[in-house]
Design a protein around this ligand. Structure first.
Ligand code: ADP
Ligand code: MG
Length: 364
């Protein structure tokens, strides 16, 4: 069995590690010969993501092809799937996740309602939305937004008509009601061709500068209604493979769809050591047609991301403070740029969690 992965970042790296444990070989396609996955995959094809020749080569060599991020070449993937029929997930989840408007329309179609939103093409569209829904609202670009980028919050009339809002709208945007969140959670699910669906136990997530910083496992079951809504959504659109759904819950207990990603999620990295089967293993199992076992939490778990600015210090700290239940995952990236995800640390069990919390306190 041979799995091809488009993209060679840390998600691909951890997919390769999971595949190795299942005795499955991996071929990764990435333009960077020293990408994270290059250190663990069985073979690397160094090429641009949109090189049709190389996508074809990848697909011809593999039983199954998957992708580790959303901004891949959808047309190219469609061509190889047409020829080799081995992109089990198809390109549907990519098309959904690449455009906030399509993403939210399709969630609503399945019965999973997002917070009130509308497509906005002009300042007067925003004004109309506000007159129907009141302040505050948030304008979000339809494409290429991540970590809170491409968003502007509007709290009063004076803030509507300004050049930044104009610029955002001119590239395609939606306007959304800004709600008072009780909590937000990301639900990671894996669904196979037989419509079997398994969930990775959820976490509480905290962000710093809109970038995920810490996840901690929740010691109770996630709201049953959330699981039902996500399951209906996956079934309705027949989504296959790993899908992460971000969910908002407001102070009144209302549950809303926010966005989805057809790939392993940073909030599920803890599952490598924290669960009996990781999110990476489950995705590989799913696309390779292997059995999908139940995923169970082994112990209370905490994960902290290590960004470029903290990387050297973190390596020193965890070398000096080792613990058998503390796991440092280095992504072997060349340059520790500010805010670049360089590594993560997982602590399993309360003793290791205390060591990790101490690191957070002294982190510079
Ligand atoms: P991104 O693609 O950048 O993750 P999101 O739509 O998930 O974009 O927004 C980033 C964060 O902003 C969310 O995780 C949430 O904390 C906050 N946020 C976004 N939309 C809303 C909203 N409608 N109401 C309240 N908070 C929101
Ligand atoms: Mg988000």
């Amino acid at each position: 069995m041979q799995v091809g992965i488009i993209g060679g970042g840390q998600l691909a790296m951890m997919l390769c590690e999971a595949a190795k444990n299942l005795n499955i070989k991996t071929i990764v396609l990435d333009p960077n010969p020293k990408c994270s996955a290059s250190f663990v995959c069985d073979r690397l094809i160094t090429a641009r993501y949109d090189s049709l020749k190389d996508l074809d080569k990848l697909a011809s060599l593999c039983n199954v092809v998957t992708y580790e991020f959303e901004n891949v070449d959808i047309a190219g993937i469609e061509k190889i799937n047409h020829k080799y029929q081995n992109v089990v997930q198809t390109t549907l989840p990519l098309k959904m996740s690449n455009d906030r408007l399509i993403e939210k329309d399709m969630a609503r179609e399945s019965g999973f309602n997002p917070v009130q939103y509308a497509k906005v093409d002009s300042i007067s569209d925003v004004a109309l939305f506000v007159s129907n829904n009141d302040f505050p609202v948030v304008i979000k670009s339809r494409r290429f937004g991540y970590d809170g980028k491409g968003q502007i919050v509007i709290r009063c009339v004076e803030e509507i008509d300004n050049p930044k809002v104009q610029a955002l709208i001119s590239n395609g945007a939606i306007c959304e009601k800004l709600i008072d969140l009780d909590y937000e959670t990301s639900v990671i699910a894996v669904r196979n061709k037989e419509s079997e669906c398994k969930f990775i136990p959820s976490t509480f997530n905290t962000h710093k500068n809109n970038i995920l910083d810490t996840t901690i496992t929740i010691d109770r079951q996630l709201d049953k209604r959330i699981i039902e809504l996500v399951t209906e959504y996956l079934n309705y659109h027949n989504l296959i493979g790993i899908i992460t759904v971000e969910v908002f819950v407001d102070k009144g207990g209302n549950i809303y769809f926010n966005e989805m990603a057809p790939r392993p999620h940073n909030s599920g990295h803890y599952s490598i050591e924290g669960c009996n089967h990781s999110q990476f293993e489950m995705h590989i199992r799913c696309i390779c047609g292997l059995e999908l076992p139940d995923v169970k939490l082994l112990d209370q778990t905490m994960m902290v991301n290590i960004l470029g600015q903290d990387y050297e210090h973190a390596k020193d700290y965890f070398t000096a403070n080792p613990h058998p239940n503390l796991y440092f995952h280095d992504y072997y990236k060349q340059e520790p740029l500010v805010n670049r995800k360089m590594a993560h640390v997982t602590a399993v069990g309360h003793v290791a969690i205390e060591v990790l919390k101490r690191y957070q306190l002294i982190r510079r």
